[in-house]
Every structure is written in structure tokens, then in C-alpha cells.
Design a protein around this ligand. Structure first.
Ligand code: GMT
Length: 377
């Protein structure tokens, strides 16, 4: 198949999933065309069946806001015509689904039918989507998609509750590839005095509640010799640095920024914290679990579908930093239990095996393309 994948090319989960999906499809022999405004951060392979098309948004004195959606639509029309794509798969509803629909309608006039699949990732529905201003466009473009998927059952239910959806929504969870190589990193480089390591990875947005990570760590630190590793960057960073100073945890905290080997660094940690306000899935938690790191997370959104309470980690109410710290101390101070949880976390992550889940997408692509042929015949 010739597949066009539209994505946000950043460190956000939706871009990571879209990129890993495209890489895996290319490995299976499909021709994959990534379409984004910047080279995707995780697109670290080259292959003769992977192509990258950049959306250029031209500015003009009249435009106070560069017209991203129109530029994307025009790009899609051009690529579909020229590359003869079989299918478009857009990640994130806003504005990718409506751009795909407009491109589809433009091409219909020329006798070209291009089906498109929309994958909902979370913030497109739970945060941005709830803005009543966007609602009609999102609802319409979801309903016009040839197929719709959501990354968790919880996100599917949120979408059905908040939008007037007539289309079916299929749940295809996010996935993880098993780590093929042993990491070279040494724990001592981040824990020179034998400290236990606690990690967190995110885009430092408000929804991640990183202040809770720092508060939980401060409580753990009262009982346990530990260090905190914060990976990522974003709008909350300055506030978090101030909080570390206030709580006196700066000297035990490393801010690593947007590094490319996050999974490697996380692999040397003993515990991963994800106390988010909401999380449609929590890919960062799955990545941690895949390298044998138990997770203490909030029990919101799709997180209970990924992290199993008392098995791969613990789940607590949003904002309940006391309970999260108590669970962390319990686990970190019992070596046998910690070893057991590390094993179980890895075991749990295997339910989200890349190969198996990518095949679910392939089956969906085939059924959508076959439907197109039936309609045309
Ligand atoms: O929250 C993020 O880290 C970014 C955001 C995105 O849109 O890229 O992530 C969302 O999609 C990820 C991939 O499906 C999910 O794992 C995240 O849980 C989800 N974020 C939220 O729901 C807040």
C-alpha cells in the first residue's frame, strides 16, 4: 500500500506514535509518505520506501496567522495526485482531519477517491476539542472520516460523550517495540552515591502536573536516598525550577531537556512518575514499563488501561501527592518487591506489542481500501 501519514513532528506522543507506525509499515514493505511542517523527531531511519514531504506555510503581510490548514490541504492534494496514494492516515483531529476531508473533496471532482483515517490521540478531544469553538469542525471531520480510531477505550468514551459522533470508533492502543540492544548507559553516571533514581518524561505542559512530580519527590527524599531526572521541556519549566528551589530539591534533580535517548536514561531509573491531570493513554508510562521501570501515575483517562495498580506500578487520584509518595516509598524501600514490580512492568508492556498492533492498523487500512473499491465497482 502507498500510505500518507499526517502528523505533528514534535516530541508529543501523537507524533511519536505516527512516526513509529510509519517506520514499522515501511519495514513491512509498504510505501510511507510522512507529511509534516518539520522533519519528525523520531524519524531516525532512512529507507527507500520512506518519503518526507514538508508543508511550507508561506507568510504574506496580510496574514496575521499563517494558513497552516490551507497549506496542508494543498500539499495533500498535490502528493495524492502525484504519488498516487491509496490512503491517508491523519494523526490528531485538529486541523488534520478537516484538511484531509477538504483534500478528499477536491480530488473527488477529478475522479480520484482517497479514503482517510483519523486517529484521535487525546488533547485533540479532551482539551482543545472541548473548546466549543472547535466542536463543529471536529465533529464534522470525525464523522466524514472513512474510519476513526482512538488510542484507548477511555478516549473513545470521552469522544462519544462530548461530540455528536455517528461514525464507529475503533480502539487501537498505542504500542511499543521491544528494545533490541542493551543500553550502554551506566546508572552511576546519574546516581554516583548509589541513589535510587526517579524519572519523568513529558512536554512540561500544565496537564502533566509536573509540580506534583517535584512535590512527590520532595516527600520521597525525606525517607530515601534518591535523585530525580526530569526529561523534556515546555511552558512549565521555569515554575518547576522555582518549586525545586523552594523545596530544596535542586541539588538532587537533573533537568535533561529534550534529549533523543529518553528511553535509555529512563531504563536506569527505579521508578517513573506520571501524575497527569488527564492522559488519553500515557505513552511515556508505557515506554518506561517496556524497559522494566514501574510507574506511579494518576488514575485518570486511559492510564488504568496501561498501568495496572499493584502490578506494573500504582495508580492514585489526581493531585494526591501524599498517596503517590507513600506508594513510591513503599516500593523503593522493599528491594524484593521493587524487583518484582520491575519484571511485571515489562511483562505488562508486552500487551502493547508493536507488531501486533501495527497489524491492526494494516487490517483497518485494507478494509477501508477494499470498501473504496466496492463503492467504485
Ligand atoms: O500529552 C502529550 O504528551 C502530547 C499529546 C499529543 O497529542 O501528542 O499526547 C497525547 O497522545 C499520546 C499518544 O497517543 C498519548 O499517549 C497521551 O496520553 C496524550 N496526551 C494526553 O491525553 C494529555
Amino acid at each position: 500500500m502507498k500510505i500518507g501519514i499526517v502528523l505533528y513532528p514534535t516530541y508529543g506522543g501523537s507524533g511519536i506514535v505516527a512516526t513509529e507506525l510509519g517506520k514499522s509499515l515501511a519495514e513491512k514493505g509498504h510505501e510511507v509518505h510522512f507529511i509534516a511542517y518539520k522533519f519528525p523527531v523520531r524519524l531516525n531511519v532512512s529507507s527507500n520506501n520512506i518519503f518526507y514531504h514538508e508543508i511550507r506555510v508561506n507568510t504574506y503581510p496580510l496574514f496575521q496567522y499563517p494558513p497552516y490548514e490551507s497549506s496542508l490541504t494543498s500539499k495533500l492534494v498535490d502528493i495524492i495526485r502525484f504519488e498516487k496514494l491509496d490512503l491517508l492516515h491523519v494523526h490528531y483531529a485538529i486541523p488534520h482531519a478537516s484538511a484531509a476531508y477538504t483534500a478528499q473533496q477536491i480530488l473527488k471532482e477529478e475522479g480520484i477517491h482517497i479514503p482517510f483515517i483519523t486517529t484521535l490521540h487525546g488533547t485533540d478531544i479532551t482539551l482543545v476539542g472541548k473548546d466549543p469553538f472547535f466542536k463543529p469542525v471536529i465533529t464534522y471531520s470525525i464523522n466524514k472520516s472513512d474510519a476513526v480510531t482512538a488510542v484507548s477505550e477511555s478516549l473513545k468514551q470521552d469522544t462519544l460523550t462530548n461530540f455528536g459522533i455517528k461514525n464507529d470508533i475503533q480502539v487501537i492502543p498505542n504500542f511499543i517495540a521491544p528494545e533490541e540492544h542493551d543500553f550502554l548507559i551506566k546508572k552511576e553516571s546519574y546516581a554516583p552515591d548509589g541513589e535510587l533514581l526517579i524519572s519523568h518524561v513529558s512536554n512540561f505542559r500544565k496537564v502533566k502536573r509536573i509540580e506534583d512530580v517535584v512535590k512527590i519527590f520532595a516527600l520521597i527524599k525525606e525517607k530515601i536516598n534518591a535523585r530525580l531526572i526530569l526529561i523534556g521541556d515546555g511552558p512549565e519549566r521555569a515554575k518547576i525550577e522555582l518549586l525545586c528551589r523552594e523545596l530544596g530539591t535542586c541539588s538532587s534533580t537533573s533537568f535533561l531537556g529534550n534529549i533523543n535517548n529518553a528511553r535509555e536514561i529512563v531504563s536506569i531509573s527505579d521508578l517513573f512518575l506520571l501524575p497527569s491531570e488527564t492522559e488519553s493513554f500515557g505513552l511515556a508510562a508505557l515506554e518506561a514499563m517496556s524497559v522494566g521501570v514501574p510507574v506511579i501515575s494518576s488514575n485518570t483517562g486511559g492510564l488504568p488501561e496501561v498501568n495496572i495498580d499493584g502490578y506494573s506500578g500504582y495508580l492514585c487520584d489526581v493531585g494526591d501527592t501524599e498517596s503517590m509518595a507513600q506508594r513510591a516509598i513503599e516500593l523503593l524501600s522493599d528491594a524484593d518487591k521493587l524487583t518484582q514490580f520491575k519484571k511485571q512492568a515489562k511483562q505488562q508492556s508486552r500487551l502493547f506489542d508493536q507488531n501486533e498492533i501495527v497489524d491492526q492498523y494494516v487490517n483497518l487500512y485494507e478494509s477501508v481500501i477494499n470498501k473504496k473499491h466496492v463503492l467504485q465497482d
